[in-house]
Design a protein around this ligand. Structure first.
Ligand SMILES: NC(=O)c1ccc[n+]([C@@H]2O[C@H](COP(=O)([O-])OP(=O)(O)OC[C@H]3O[C@@H](n4cnc5c(N)ncnc54)[C@H](O)[C@@H]3O)[C@@H](O)[C@H]2O)c1
Ligand SMILES: N[C@H](CO)Cc1c[nH]c[nH+]1
Ligand SMILES: [Zn+2]
Length: 427
């Protein structure tokens, strides 16, 4: 069960350390498993991919069934109802609107014989990972692919394991955003296939999307062969609440992320002992009627905490140290506190902006940095799907104005061929 830690007289740094060191992607046992899977797929291609899919997902696939067919898409539409489709389309519209604002422009500057600028080019082919081990995520399909589409990516290759069955919701979501190639593979083997290519699965330029610890470690391992967005692992939420917090809402928000994974993390930091006790009671009450009770119990037992502090500055310094994926500020003056937030993937303000609003509907991306990496990673965005090229033109007069400077700098590095490239142009 979730524990209350009273830090009002002194902070127990061991608790903070436990929360900040959660799933730091340093599990040697998992590293070894993932390394072996990657090497095997790199060497034995499709054969290894099919074997691992049978081993880990219990599903037999081959060259003719690895990809989702048009019949499977049509069948999926017959299994989802109109209300789902209308909610999905509403979400797609909001996510598109939000991400369109992220589009960067190519720019060129012209001055006296000189032109320089920066051209934005979309990546050609990207792989998106949609988790599917313990739940299926149509929302992650749209969150991963919409920024890619807006960036102008030509080809999106989607992979998703079908351990829990091939979800019609996932297939419909993929079709609604125009994804044409969906492969029924997951885990480290899917990441390896996207990174190195197999006969069935095309090699991509970049792999994006969240997943469990095997997926996160695999992405880290193939980085360099392909680009990756970030290392987005098991979900987490950290809530800062004062005495105005409603224990029923706060408990529900904590449980919403705890249900993702046995390694998910849910932490409340509050200035009120009454709120802390109320939330603990509410968690015990609400957990009884939730379906993924076993996962939740394990995650809140291992990576959950309710921390009571004296003031909000202490609460914020702990939150900044943990650097959570999601930070809810449920405070009388939530807006006033934003300036003090240094590290978080996504910030939710006030009691009517619960985390699942961001997971599904509001517009910002739900693929976010986890495990403290919001100290340096940002949410998935249109930027992830473009690269930038610099552009340069000098006329002769402009080059001669800086020729001596270039020669001097080149010679300071002992690079006479560089200097010569300028000198041969002297008159
Ligand atoms: N950050 C985000 O935006 C976001 C969004 C949605 C989900 N999530 C997270 O994604 C994760 C989804 O995890 P999941 O497990 O449901 O699906 P998943 O698709 O990430 O992982 C399933 C795959 O893991 C592999 N696997 C499982 N056990 C293994 C083992 N013992 N050895 C080797 N491989 C093994 C299998 O290949 C399986 O196909 C959760 O942690 C959830 O919190 C994050
Ligand atoms: N909360 C997850 C990101 O950590 C995203 C998600 C998808 N579906 C539900 N939730
Ligand atoms: Zn969620």
């Amino acid at each position: 069960m979730i524990e209350i830690y009273d830090f009002r007289s002194s902070i127990d740094y061991k608790v903070i350390e436990k929360l900040t060191n959660r799933s730091k992607l340093e599990d040697k046992r998992i590293d070894d498993i993932v390394y072996e899977i990657i090497q095997n797929v790199k060497m034995n291609k499709d054969k290894a991919l099919f074997d691992y899919t049978l081993k880990y997902d219990g599903v037999e696939i081959d060259e003719s069934t690895i990809m989702v067919s048009q019949e499977e898409i049509d069948d999926a539409y017959s299994k989802v109802d109109g209300d789902f489709l209308s909610s999905l389309r509403k979400a797609i519209k909001n996510i598109e609107d939000y991400h369109k604002n992220q589009k960067q422009k190519t720019w060129m500057d012209f001055k006296d014989g000189i032109v320089y600028g920066q051209k934005i080019r979309p990546l050609e082919r990207v792989g998106i990972y949609v988790p599917g081990g313990t739940a299926s995520y149509p929302s992650s399909v749209i969150m991963n692919s919409i920024p890619a589409k807006i960036a102008g990516v030509e080809e999106i290759i989607m992979v998703t394991p079908i351990k829990v069955g091939i979800s019609p919701f996932v297939l419909v979501a993929a079709n609604e955003v125009g994804i044409k190639k969906i492969y029924k593979i997951g885990g480290a083997q899917a990441i390896a296939a996207l990174a190195f290519g197999t006969k069935s699965v095309p090699k991509v330029d970049k792999i994006v999307g969240p997943g469990n610890i095997f997926v996160a470690i695999a992405k880290k391992a193939v980085y360099g062969f392909v680009d990756i967005d970030m290392v987005a692992g098991p979900s987490e939420v950290l809530i800062l609440a004062d005495e105005s917090g409603n224990p029923c809402y706060l408990a529900a928000d904590l449980l919403s992320q705890a249900e993702h994974d046995v390694m998910a993390s849910a932490v409340l930091i509050t200035t009120s002992i009454e709120v802390a006790e109320g939330v603990k009671m509410e968690i015990e009450r609400q957990i009884q009627y939730l379906e993924r009770k076993e996962i939740i119990e394990k995650s809140i037992n291992d990576y959950g905490a309710i921390i009571v502090v004296n003031d909000l500055d202490v609460a914020l310094s702990i939150a900044n140290e943990i650097a959570p994926e999601h930070l809810e500020l449920v405070l009388e003056n939530s807006f006033e506190m934003i300036g003090k937030v240094k590290n978080a993937g996504a910030v939710f303000l006030g009691e009517n902006s619960p985390e699942p609003l961001g997971d599904y509907m509001a517009g910002p991306n739900h693929v976010l940095p986890t495990s403290g990496t919001s100290k340096f990673f940002s949410p998935l965005s249109v930027d992830d799907f473009v690269k930038k090229m610099s552009i340069l033109y000098y006329d002769r007069k402009s080059l001669m104005k800086v020729a001596d400077d270039i020669v001097r700098l080149a010679e300071s590095e002992g690079l006479t061929a560089h200097a010569n490239s300028i000198k041969v142009r002297y008159k």
